[in-house]
Write a protein that binds this ligand. Structure first.
Ligand code: PEP
Ligand code: MG
Length: 765
């Protein structure tokens, strides 16, 4: 069964669209289960009906016409109960419904299994048997459940593609198609998409028409000549090492490039009006899926060769196409994985939004986007990238939502949000030089998180009183090798000078997890629980010591440096790090540098550290909570994984309890306490943190004035009352709604993040 399942999945993966995919599913399942009928019903959300989308066994004319109400018939029952229903006498069941158009009366036995993707019912897959009825046995039921589970993602993806392409048989609604991701950088952008495809990636090639058949044919033929030469050369080079039968493979390759084979098919497609790259992608996928379903494992492996051949031709095609990109006025840059270089290529006055299918809110690109103030959505699931090019998109960087084909209503809603944001920014700018103090006189320090020089300018514009977190890994990530001591001194000095005399808290290199350096790759099964932050730098004192030396030297004469240690999980790490810092300090003094010993602090971002606040406080000058990681580790939710993003909740009562305990222990120890996770930049979060007794809140520059405005508008007594009532709640949603309500009632409604309109159609696969 496993082999059958694998070949079905592979064949479906190679299908060109949803109709094709469903056709493959019903035919192959009917055959594998040796039953009379296999059908797939998909949910038309707009009509709230299940539409017969594909069948093998029922009357094919019924496809697209027969449909059942949401909870109608046995199909509806399967969907409502969200579990398989297996009946020997289906016609005797009270929910049985009869559709003459399907010719269904002959079928008795029924097994229906829901197709569920990310908790959402997409449809129902049904097998039926004729009069010589049978009860589908346990093994068959398990098989259909497995097929359904494996295919749900593929169906969701091809549904998305068909929706966007506008050719889905159930896509009555062609507007406001939404995709769920995670918030990368706050704000809303409305604009035209420009998809940047990774080079030589066939899957990423969009379906496009040719602009000139003649040019495309010429380009393609020239690419084939180059690939032929490459293959001949490769064959010659390996001739002494390969057996004759292996050598023959190169001849097979060359044969495929023949006019009569693969190349001929691509040419035919180009002549029919498809552009060269799209034609190549289609033909290669057809060939590959043909090989992938073969039962002979040797032949299956040939699919890999076909794809390799395709990539080779594609890279020549791409190299030959002139790379003149016309950036739309309001460019929303979209890519599978955005890089800093891609960002750099767009004229800054045209770039309004960013979408990266891979990555997270803490990815390098997201950090960069926040620094530049460009609304960004990251980590989207099941997005048909190749269908997103040249479309109007809306990026909701507050909620992590992306909308394609917006309706007038949705566009107007978001235009209002953009306008409200602009007005808010104008109003808030007036607060830049005002102190951050509550109405009853409590002073709260507002710092910024930085990483690049771009952050510095924005931070100063927003009246930051210092830097609570300078992510030193950011300049490391931009480099192509470890930066030298001199290079590090230069970028540390820039930060220290820009904020002097205010303090700049520099975090020691925090790589690992999802933050990697191309020149220092780390591959681990479980990177977030692995070699991260201080664990790496203590294992590599040569890296740590150079960084300490550079920081200390950079601070000469300014004396506003603070050093902060990330990912600390025990006191020994702190002692070892302190030892190295002191060593470097004394060495520099001995060499004649008049450096001053900076304050050293520890980040509390591992649950273990929460219970050792006092022990840690005895050893250092300050503590700073990394609530992003602390939340991820307390709730066991990967902060970058969009699949579990709804479980990552900074207002989870367990997180609040931990933060409160940290604050109480820090106060008892009289150690300075700040926070530099995203929660500090959330107006409601900032209120609670101030009430808990955090001395300083460090955040993204773009949130600073909002937080200042809220703190200046409230009394500490009121904030503490709110904290007391919130600490009694047991659900993150209750906490969130209580805070939202309280802030709205107190007149801070403007500062709450705008949410998308309630009735926008959601295609959240
Ligand atoms: C945190 O974990 O809260 C933090 C500030 O560090 P980073 O987001 O860089 O991991
Ligand atoms: Mg962290």
């Amino acid at each position: 069964m496993l082999g059958t399942l694998r070949s079905i999945v592979q064949e479906v993966n190679g299908a060109k669209d949803l109709t094709d995919a469903l056709g493959v599913i019903v035919a192959r399942v009917q055959e594998a289960m040796e039953t009379d009928v296999c059908s797939v019903y998909l949910l038309d959300e707009e009509a709230r009906r299940y539409v017969l989308m594909a069948t093998k066994g029922l009357n094919s004319d019924a496809v697209g016409t027969v449909s059942l109400g949401y909870s109608e018939g046995l199909v509806g029952l399967v969907s409502v109960r969200e579990e398989p229903i297996n009946l020997e006498h289906a016609q005797k069941h009270k929910r049985y419904r009869y559709f003459p158009e399907t010719g269904e009366e002959r079928y008795e036995s029924f097994l229906g299994v829901p197709i569920i993707h990310h908790r959402k019912i997409l449809g129902v897959i049904v097998v039926q048997q004729a009069l010589n009825r049978r009860r589908f046995d346990e093994g068959e039921e398990a098989f259909l459940v497995t097929v359904s589970a494996q295919l749900a993602g593929i169906i969701a993806h091809s549904e998305a593609t068909s929706f966007i392409g506008g050719n889905s048989p159930i896509a009555k609604k062609k507007y406001d198609i939404s995709f769920k991701g995670v918030a990368g950088a706050p704000g809303v952008a409305i604009g035209q998409s420009l998809v940047v495809f990774p080079p030589a990636d066939l899957d990423a090639v969009p379906d496009k028409k040719t602009l000139s058949i003649e040019t495309d044919l010429m380009l393609f033929d020239a690419s084939i000549i180059c690939v032929r030469e490459d293959i001949k050369m490769l064959g010659d080079r390996l001739s002494t090492q390969l057996r004759p039968e292996e050598q023959a493979l190169f001849d097979v390759y060359l044969g495929m490039l023949d006019d009569k084979a693969l190349a001929g098919e691509v040419q035919t497609q180009i002549k029919s009006g498809i552009c060269a790259q799209s034609a190549l992608k289609r033909v290669i996928n057809d060939y590959a899926s043909h090989f992938e379903v073969m039962s002979d494992s040797y032949m299956r492996e040939r699919a890999v060769d076909i794809k390799d051949l395709g990539r080779r031709i594609l890279s020549y095609l791409q190299a030959r196409e002139t790379k003149k990109v016309d950036y739309p006025e309001n460019t929303i840059l979209v890519s599978d994985e955005l890089t800093a270089t891609m960002l750099g290529e767009v004229p800054q006055d045209k770039l309004v939004g960013l979408v990266s299918i891979k990555g997270s809110g803490s990815s390098h690109v997201a950090i960069l986007a926040r620094a530049m103030g460009i609304p960004t959505v990251m980590g989207l699931v099941d997005v048909p990238l190749s269908q997103l090019d040249e479309r109007e998109l809306i990026v909701d960087g507050y909620n992590g939502d992306l909308f394609a084909c917006p309706s007038d209503e949705l566009r107007v809603h978001y235009q209002n949000v953009v306008e409200a944001d602009r007005e808010l920014d104008e109003d808030l700018a007036k607060l830049k030089d005002e102190p951050c103090i509550t109405t009853d006189g409590t002073r709260v320090k507002l710092w910024v998180n930085t990483g690049l020089m771009a952050d510095v300018m924005r931070s100063l514009d927003h009246g930051a009183e210092g830097v609570g977190l300078y992510r030193t890994e950011v300049p490391f990530m931009i480099n192509e090798r470890f930066p030298s001591e001199q290079e590090q001194i230069r970028f540390y000095r820039e930060q220290l000078e820009a904020f002097a005399p205010n303090q700049v808290t520099m975090r020691t290199l925090d790589i690992g997890g999802d933050k990697s350096l191309t020149y220092f790759p780390i591959s681990e099964e479980n990177p977030f629980l692995g070699w991260r932050g201080i664990r790496i730098t203590l294992d590599h004192p040569e890296i740590f010591l150079v960084q300490m030396r550079a920081m200390l030297k950079a601070s000469e004469g300014l004396n506003n440096l603070r050093i902060m240690l990330p990912m600390v999980s025990n006191v020994n790490e702190v002692e070892e790090a302190l030892h190295l810092i002191y060593r470097e300090y004394h060495e520099l003094r001995a060499e004649g540098y008049p450096v001053v010993m900076p304050q050293v602090g520890v980040m509390i971002e591992v649950p273990g550290a929460v219970y050792q606040v006092k022990e840690l406080a005895e050893r250092v000058d300050f503590l700073s909570v990394g609530s992003n990681d602390l939340t991820q580790y307390l709730l066991a939710v990967d902060r970058n994984n969009p699949r579990v993003a709804q479980l990552y909740h900074s207002f989870h009562p367990a997180v609040l309890q931990a933060l409160n305990k940290i604050a109480q222990d820090a106060q008892e120890m009289k150690v300075q306490l700040s926070i530099c996770g995203e929660l500090a930049g959330d107006p409601a979060g900032a209120l609670l943190l101030a009430a808990m007794g955090f001395d300083a809140l460090s955040m993204n520059a773009s949130n600073l004035l909002k937080v200042k405005s809220v703190i200046r508008g409230m009394s500490m007594t009121w904030a503490k009352e709110l904290l007391d009532s919130v600490m009694k709640l047991d659900s993150p949603f209750l906490v969130q709604s209580t805070l939202t309500l309280a802030l709205k009632e107190a007149g801070f409604g403007r500062f709450m993040r705008p949410s998308k309109v309630a009735d926008a159609s959601s295609q959240n696969f």
